[in-house]
Design a protein around this ligand. Sequence first.
Ligand SMILES: C[S@@+](CC[C@H](N)C(=O)[O-])C[C@H]1O[C@@H](n2cnc3c(N)ncnc32)[C@H](O)[C@@H]1O
Length: 219
Amino acid sequence: MDGFVNVETLDAEDSDAMRRFEYYINGDPDSLGIAKSFGLRPHHTLHEFGVGFLRTAQHFINYLDAGNFSGNDASNARIEFGSEYFRRKMAFDAKRPKLIANTDNSFDWMDGCKVDYFWSLAVFTHMPPEDIEETFNNMRKILKPNAVVLFTYSERAVDRNIERYNVKDWWHNFAFYAELAERYGFEIEDVSEAMPESVHINAATRLVKMRWRGEGSAS
Ligand SMILES: C[S@@+](CC[C@H](N)C(=O)[O-])C[C@H]1O[C@@H](n2cnc3c(N)ncnc32)[C@H](O)[C@@H]1O
């Protein structure tokens, strides 16, 4: 996962590489708009699962009250690079984002902190089904009752629950997530119509909203 990060070797003459870099760093002002349309306000706490280079996180960090944003990523290099970059662009440290490089999906690295919102963009698509299940199970450790969970996934094979596309990409359908939601005590809704064009990674991108029913609600 760290491989993407080598900005020292980024060639400004290579327009494809530059476009990709700018997309990862500057793109996606609309994710914040989506979360706001589902009730996010500055006093809420939000955790982003899979922050990458902080492409979306930068907007949440800017909007939320200081100390209210946390995020994790499997790539420490992405977090480090993004933090360094945004330190030069905004009042990054004053907002006290809590950023964690994680090596497991336990959520124990959150030290018991609990949040009102959980956000994840284009991450489950890169995880095998058993890791997604582990994440659904363990994310509950950091959710307040009634917390809102928003995430995207890729649905290309609508009639098949799981399909491995290549070494790091999986396609799931809504039924796959609905079954996990039921098992772990979440209400689930396909809210893809709330997603502006700009947030679509591709035509198969879907947006899901879940609400955690709270302790003792799993089937
Ligand atoms: C396609 S990128 C999306 C990054 C960011 N959400 C964005 O939209 O720019 C997927 C990210 O998920 C991270 N990732 C994959 N599996 C993960 C896991 N189990 N826990 C945390 N991060 C993970 C990768 O390191 C990568 O940064």
